[in-house]
Write a protein that binds this ligand. Structure first.
Ligand code: SAM
Length: 309
């Protein structure tokens, strides 16, 4: 990751970027097991922790009555968070058809729903969002939760994604998200004996195909997370590269913290402390319920926010 300069290429056309089918197939094949089954999962505390982190980011940056764009919204796991944040309307996009159907159903059956929403199938890394949403719609917030790293397969996909974010945000609008921290992952990889390409604990594994070159885009690894992600191809997001690229699209970094640091920053704030209890991240004695292996896995992520100039 030593390369510094990213050429300021203009975005020409998306027709050469091939759609991300393998990722879509992976998420399409996942059955929505429902809240009860998710509660039985062995990674229940990790899930709750990740949800709490997203609640903090949404709570911190969403404006009341705002217009929100959720790229890679999945099955609508953040719908309650959007509702709590009192947004006016939501557009949810995802490449996985089955997930979009689930999200639409979940929203239409949601009790106490206070916002309008529409959901569309779209490959946000190869297609222009304006093919679906009128370009006059300007969003106050764009969110990409646990999704952006798939776009780092190629520089073109990352650029199309950021172009989608920036052209749909109003000026002063906010772009929030969560991504794996390439520094953390690469440090772990480099701590292994030279021939070794895989590291893991009881709930996750990361397997590289090579560790000789570290390209800024397309550095693939296979990610497995117990009860959640079954060996899906992902790509390292070298954050300084992401930040420089985002800058070229008028997006200025205003917040970046590793999940553990973000937790320490907000865990004592009354509102978020109460959420920690109600989301069952910590128990009544105020102790976190996560296993050491879950805690290690949550440490690999970063939460971020950019502001459009
Ligand atoms: N954001 C949701 C959440 O936090 O619960 C879902 C996260 S899931 C780990 C990643 C999501 O990114 C999946 O729903 C997947 O289908 C979506 N995704 C991957 N590639 C995409 C693309 N090219 N365009 C739109 N969505 C994509």
């Amino acid at each position: 990751h030593e390369r510094d300069a990213i050429p300021n290429k203009s975005l020409k056309s998306s027709k050469y970027a091939t759609p991300s089918r393998s990722v879509a197939d992976h998420y399409n094949s996942k059955v929505d097991v429902g809240v009860e089954r998710r509660r039985e999962s062995t990674i229940i505390f990790l899930r709750s922790f990740n949800n709490w982190i997203k609640s903090v980011l949404i709570g911190k940056y969403v404006t009341r009555d705002g217009y929100a764009l959720d790229m890679g919204c999945g099955k609508g796991g953040d719908l309650l968070k959007w509702n709590k944040a009192n947004i006016k309307s939501l557009v949810g996009l995802d490449i996985a058809e089955v997930s979009i159907e689930d999200a639409r159903k979940r929203w239409s059956e949601m009790k106490g729903r206070r916002f309008d929403a529409e959901f569309h199938v779209l490959d946000c890394f190869t297609s222009n969002i304006s093919s679906i949403i009128p370009s006059s719609t300007k969003f106050d917030i764009a969110s990409m939760q646990f999704c952006l790293h798939y776009s780092f397969e190629t520089e073109e996909k990352a650029r199309i994604t950021l172009n989608n974010v920036t052209t749909n945000l109003r000026s002063g609008g906010i772009f929030i998200g969560t991504v794996p921290d390439a520094n953390w992952i690469v440090k772990k990889l480099k701590s292994l004996p030279k021939e070794q390409l895989k590291f893991e604990n009881s709930i996750y594994s990361i397997r590289f195909e090579q560790r000789d070159n570290f390209p800024l885009f397309g550095h693939k690894y296979w990610f497995y997370l117990k009860d959640a992600i079954n060996d899906c191809p992902e790509y390292l997001v070298h954050f300084p590269t992401f930040q420089k690229l985002a800058q070229q699209y008028g997006l200025e970094l205003i917040y970046k913290k590793r999940f553990h640091d973000l937790y320490n920053e907000f865990k004592e704030e009354t509102h978020y402390r109460e959420l920690l209890y109600s989301m069952r991240v910590i128990d009544k004695r105020g102790e976190d319920e996560m296993s050491d292996d879950e805690w290690e896995a949550t440490g690999m992520y970063i939460g971020f926010a950019f502001r459009k100039k």
